[in-house]
Design a protein around this ligand. Structure first.
Ligand SMILES: NC(=O)c1ccc[n+]([C@@H]2O[C@H](COP(=O)([O-])OP(=O)(O)OC[C@H]3O[C@@H](n4cnc5c(N)ncnc54)[C@H](OP(=O)(O)O)[C@@H]3O)[C@@H](O)[C@H]2O)c1
Length: 332
């Protein structure tokens, strides 16, 4: 298949590009700064020659959007909203204008759409959309509004020949550098992987291999459309999540952090505490109903696999360093 991935240069795009290319598909990434084969320039805002890539393709997976790992200032929130809504609109326009539109358009969304809650898990049928929770900072509702507007931009796109699926994804855990697992593991290794603000808030997550398999499942299943939660079936409280991560790496302790310490840490990391403090209890109702089989349904096994792969990658890099310096010495 020819698969076009707008915004495919980031963490999730790298995971998908690697897996889908390895499976023999032709992958084209739309990016604002193309640097390698298979990348085509677009601006995420306006129609351009890039739309020819979509015409005649089989699948479009739109991931574009300003990173959410930033301080939630009014300017950054606006950029998070505009980059998602506008890029989705323009992808929809390209599909609508295609002589041979793709069979399916998978549009990234987010599990952040659901309410901050502890009492019950959110699936697609019974889940509560966030925005009206008491006792949370006002600006959290804006993240929900971004997710709703993002999904609405896909819903209203006039693309009658293309099946549309919104991927309400939880955090995608992969051992790659710079991803969310990398950041959490680094904190755990520094001894900072303890409960934050009590650690009762739920963490929803999905292992990278299950994320790819779920995307392939949704591409194949012509009968599935609309919002689909991409999350492992067993979200768990943050304190248990970090405890399992620490024990996978072999870190004996994790210092607890209060809400205020988290604020300071998030400020230092130029990130936002919503990412740490919001209780995301999201489950994959539709995937399970449709018979999707998770390879990593439980966090301890997933964390164990990610840690093993991370260690293998470190050993490979370690083994390459002497041989690289050896070969350059020989050539000199
Ligand atoms: N990572 C997760 O666990 C996770 C979970 C749920 C949802 N999501 C969502 O899934 C999407 C992909 O996640 P990711 O972690 O791969 O994000 P990422 O690493 O930040 O990559 C997003 C891509 O969007 C493009 N982009 C950034 N600002 C843009 C703008 N103003 N206009 C157009 N394109 C822009 C960038 O591509 P270029 O700079 O090359 O143009 C970038 O590579 C994001 O929208 C994210 O919110 C991610």
């Amino acid at each position: 298949m020819k698969i076009v991935i707008p915004g495919g240069t980031g963490q999730v795009g790298t995971i998908l590009n690697r897996a889908l290319s390895r499976a023999g598909h032709q992958v084209v990434v739309l990016t604002r700064r193309p640097t390698r084969d298979g990348e085509v320039r677009w601006d995420g805002e306006s129609w351009g020659p890039w739309a020819e890539e979509i015409d005649g393709s089989d699948v479009v997976i739109n991931l574009a959007g300003r990173s959410v790992s930033c301080r939630y200032t009014p300017d950054n929130l606006r950029a998070m909203m505009d980059s998602r809504v506008r890029s989705t609109e323009v992808v929809g326009e390209a599909i609508a204008g295609a002589a041979r539109p793709p069979r399916v358009w998978l549009q990234m969304s987010t599990a952040t759409l659901y309410a901050h809650r502890f009492d019950a898990p959110n699936d697609e049928a019974t889940g509560i959309v966030g925005g009206g929770e008491p006792d949370v900072p006002d600006y959290w509702s804006y993240s929900v509004e971004i997710a709703r507007s993002w999904e609405r931009a896909q819903e209203v796109a006039d693309t009658p020949h293309t099946r549309k699926v919104a991927l309400r994804s939880a955090m995608v855990m992969s051992p790659d550098r710079g991803g969310v697992f990398d950041v959490l593991l680094a904190l755990a290794r520094l001894g900072l992987g303890g409960p934050v603000a009590g650690g009762g808030q739920y963490v929803s997550w999905i292992h990278d291999q299950d994320f790819v398999r779920a995307v392939e499942f949704l591409i194949d299943r012509d009968d599935l459309r609309g919002p689909v939660n991409l999350a492992a079936p067993e979200p768990l409280p943050q304190r248990a999540f970090m405890r399992d991560l620490r024990s996978s790496w072999g870190v004996p302790v994790g210092l607890p952090a209060t809400r205020w310490m988290a604020e300071i840490g998030a400020f230092a990391l130029r990130s936002d505490t919503e990412l740490l403090l919001k209780s995301r209890r999201v489950v994959p109702g539709r995937l399970l109903d449709e018979g999707f089989d998770f390879a990593y349904a439980r966090w301890p096994e997933a964390a164990g696999d990610l840690v093993r792969r991370r260690r293998r990658a470190r050993r490979r890099i370690g083994a390459e360093v002497p041989s690289l310096s050896g070969s350059s010495g020989g050539g000199a």
